[in-house]
Design a protein around this ligand. Structure first.
Ligand code: NAD
Length: 270
């Protein structure tokens, strides 16, 4: 049976860990050619090896890329086009949640700026170069390929609900991702370019677990989770696969929540 991303070419940012790594494995298993990118070169090399081990027939390359630098994102998109002649899926997934990010009074301006540079500008630039590449995608009906493509931007559940344990810059940055994605979806809808956000709930990945490093901090959150557990990166990767594939061909501009019901809860089961 052909994979759901057969013949498609994808770029994934933040691919060395968590959601990006699980998505790289899943996209490759579903037939995509994947450019894995990450700021952490050593982790990226290891991650590329893991993807090749799990999906031995897949076409996978990697490129050290800091999404806070416009020329590096452009280079990642250029690599996809140079290797495989097109870009069908851009997963702007890289993001940071800084330990010094706090409330309105305590967040240092440099942490605010750093967070916005990576989480917002990085996504903007990823969208910019993806749009330019997707406009030039050749059509090949025999392979189900066409101009346009699917852009997926990782936001967060905190973009749609408030938390009394604040990380103000992070929350504001993810709200910006939602608003930006929605608008880009409208601007480019008639070009066949779909733009959707994915909003993960709290996950068992280094990004959150490094921060929730005591049982007390974890319990403060777990009580609000209807399923009584944090999510897994693979559960978000499966949502991203749906948005990447033609299974979601009539979806654009959506805030796709994969959060275990968190945003719908009033009280949770005992
Ligand atoms: P993770 O820490 O496991 O992976 C993030 C990856 O991004 C790392 O490999 C890191 O090296 C890379 N990265 C960091 N800065 C970068 C930069 N400037 N350029 C390129 N790569 C960079 O985290 P994750 O949980 O998989 O997070 C992925 C995305 O999901 C982020 O945007 C995050 O905000 C979002 N998210 C995570 C959670 C959660 O609970 N983990 C919840 C909601 C949203």
């Amino acid at each position: 049976m052909p994979g759901r991303l057969e013949h498609k070419v994808a770029v994934i940012t933040g691919a060395a860990s968590g959601i990006g790594l699980e998505s790289s494995i899943l996209f490759a298993l579903e037939g995509a050619s994947v450019v894995m990118t990450d700021i952490n070169a050593a982790a990226l090399e290891k991650a590329e090896g893991l993807v090749k081990q799990k999906a031995p027939n897949a076409k996978v390359v990697s490129l050290k890329t800091d999404v806070s630098k416009e020329d590096e994102i452009k280079a990642a998109v250029d690599k996809a086009v140079a290797e495989w002649g097109r870009l069908d899926v851009m997963f702007n997934n890289a993001g940071i949640m800084h330990g010094d990010d706090d409330n309105a009074l305590n967040t240092p301006e440099k942490i605010w700026d750093l967070t916005m540079q990576i989480n917002v500008k990085g996504v903007w630039w990823g969208c910019k170069y993806a749009i330019l590449a997707m406009r030039n995608n050749p059509t090949d009906e025999s392979k189900g390929l066409h101009t346009g493509g699917s852009i997926i931007n990782t936001a967060s559940f905190v973009a749609v609900m408030g938390a009394a344990t604040p990380q103000l810059a992070y929350t504001a940055s993810k709200g910006a991702v939602l608003a930006m994605s929605r608008e880009l979806a409208m601007v480019h809808a008639r070009e066949g370019i779909r733009v959707n956000s994915i909003c993960p709930g709290p996950l068992k990945t280094p990004l959150l677990m490094d921060f929730l490093n005591t049982a007390e901090k974890r319990d403060r959150r777990l009580v609000h989770l209807p399923m009584g557990r944090f999510g897994e990166a693979i559960e978000i990767a499966k949502g991203a696969l749906f948005l990447a594939s033609d299974d979601s061909s009539y979806m654009t501009g959506t805030d796709f929540l994969v959060e275990g019901g968190l945003t719908k809860s009033y009280v949770t089961p005992l």
